[in-house]
Design a protein around this ligand. Structure first.
Ligand code: SF4
Length: 161
């Protein structure tokens, strides 16, 4: 049986980003997987109850999602609210959904404090990137789900087909 993919809601066309936009990924293979019923779209942040639009959030002090899972890192909204608990709720809901659908692969929007898999922003809200992963990406990886960023789409095609 061919694998099923978990995908960030915003990459599948849902306008769920913090600024109310989508980042729809246009790829023939992705459209075919969707038509075959092999794609599960999910936004961890809205699933946890965060509104759209919402203030941008970053993992502070140069940490990443793994530190948030371990309790040594925090996620803050611009303006000073600690939203770590909601980000953890969203991550665990993503993991639960992935398990229920047997997903071994996830295609997640890079740079996000939830979905980032190769880089995130450094917590100073200055647009500065650093290598790291978001909370959901870290949790999925810890549980054996391979996470791909859109920049690695060709690698994903190799395992999905
Ligand atoms: Fe997209 Fe993930 Fe952010 Fe939701 S949490 S808007 S799916 S990057």
């Amino acid at each position: 049986m061919k694998p099923t993919l978990l995908i960030s809601g915003c990459l599948s066309g849902q306008p769920v980003r913090y600024d109310g936009t989508a980042r729809t990924l246009m790829q023939d293979s992705l459209a075919r997987w969707q038509a075959e019923g092999r794609v599960i779209a999910f936004c961890p942040e809205t699933a946890a109850g965060l509104p759209t639009p919402r203030p941008p959030a970053e993992i502070i002090q140069g940490r990443d999602g793994a530190a948030v899972l371990d309790g040594s890192g925090r996620v803050w909204e611009a303006g000073g609210h600690d939203v770590s608990g909601l980000f953890l709720v969203g991550a665990y809901r993503a993991l639960d959904l992935a398990r229920r659908h047997g997903c071994r692969f996830a295609l997640l929007m890079d740079g996000s404090p939830s979905c980032g898999s190769s880089f995130i922003y450094d917590g100073r809200f200055t647009g500065t990137r650093h290598a790291g992963q978001g909370v959901t990406a870290a949790l999925l990886r810890r549980n054996g789900i391979a996470v791909y960023a859109p920049a690695r789409f060709s690698c994903l095609e190799a395992v999905m087909d």
